[in-house]
Design a protein around this ligand. Structure first.
Ligand SMILES: [Zn+2]
Ligand SMILES: [Zn+2]
Length: 268
């Protein structure tokens, strides 16, 4: 079973290609399932504070979901399309996120922490934020937010668990207890952890989460899904082989897939 549950497309403003291009690529490389999971619209910032090309506009969400479900139908028999969304978790906006997403029949929702308040730590145009607090403090705030995401009940999958390391920052102190605590919350909430291989192509050059964290999650019996985080059609499933290898070497032989927000474990 070959899957990729984390892909974007041009609506977000920083990815290339249409949904159909990602699907065609997935068919060409022989995937069994492709998950469409573009960024949800930004709802916690006033319009003028949203950096250009961060996410689709609020009024585009309807057409995104409609097009994705139309394509799911159109490609039935060729590839299984799953309709998802990568939804930001922003502390204090749980109700707004719920209200935004609940009208749609998504197959799955990825919860990702890109924002700590108004700051998008993952945006390479916003690096000045790293000079406002210590790295350890930022990492701690990040993992607390991931715990908030996990406890919110809004999500099926926790996206790129340790993406805070993306730009190559390394905390001075030992964050192991906080990471362990965060994994415990994910386990308690019965969530799925994404192995996101885009980190291989960032400054950090390591998958999300780091293999050592994956190993801990395996020992907690947390289920995994796989995603490339492709922002170009030709990047579908790129690096995912590496993620599969890490999981298999740790003895994982089932992967989580989703249908109408129900987790289905399959051999992979
Ligand atoms: Zn993106
Ligand atoms: Zn993300």
């Amino acid at each position: 079973m070959f899957i990729d549950y984390h892909t974007h497309h041009e609506r977000c403003g920083h990815a290339e290609g249409q949904l159909r291009d990602y699907i065609e690529q997935a068919i060409q490389i022989g995937l069994d399932q492709l998950g469409l999971s573009d960024h949800m619209p930004i709802i916690h910032l006033p319009e003028e504070k949203i950096p250009s090309g961060t996410a689709m506009k609020l009024q585009q969400l309807d057409e995104y979901v409609q097009e994705a479900f139309d394509l799911k139908k159109e490609y039935r028999g060729q590839i299984e399309i799953k309709v998802g969304i990568e939804a930001d978790y922003v502390e204090g906006f749980e109700e707004e996120i719920e209200n935004l997403l609940s009208p749609y029949p998504f197959d799955y929702i990825i919860g990702s922490v890109h924002f700590l308040g108004e700051w998008d730590h993952s945006d390479s145009r916003q690096m000045e934020g790293w000079r406002k607090k210590s790295i350890d403090q930022i990492f701690s705030e990040y993992y607390r937010a991931v715990q908030g995401a996990a406890k919110s009940g809004l999500y099926d999958i926790i996206g790129h668990f340790d993406v805070i390391k993306k730009h190559g920052h390394v905390p001075r102190g030992d964050l192991t207890p906080l990471i362990d605590e965060t994994l415990k919350v994910i386990k308690e909430q019965d969530l799925t952890l994404e192995v996101n291989t885009s980190g291989l192509f960032k400054v950090v050059k390591e998958i999300f989460p780091a293999p050592i964290i994956i190993e801990k999650a395996v020992s907690l019996d947390i289920p995994f899904t796989l995603g490339s985080d492709a922002h170009k059609p030709e990047h579908v499933h790129v690096g995912v082989e590496e993620g599969r290898k890490v999981l298999k070497e740790l003895g994982v032989n089932e992967i989580a897939t989703f249908d109408q927000r129900k987790r289905i474990m399959v051999q992979f």
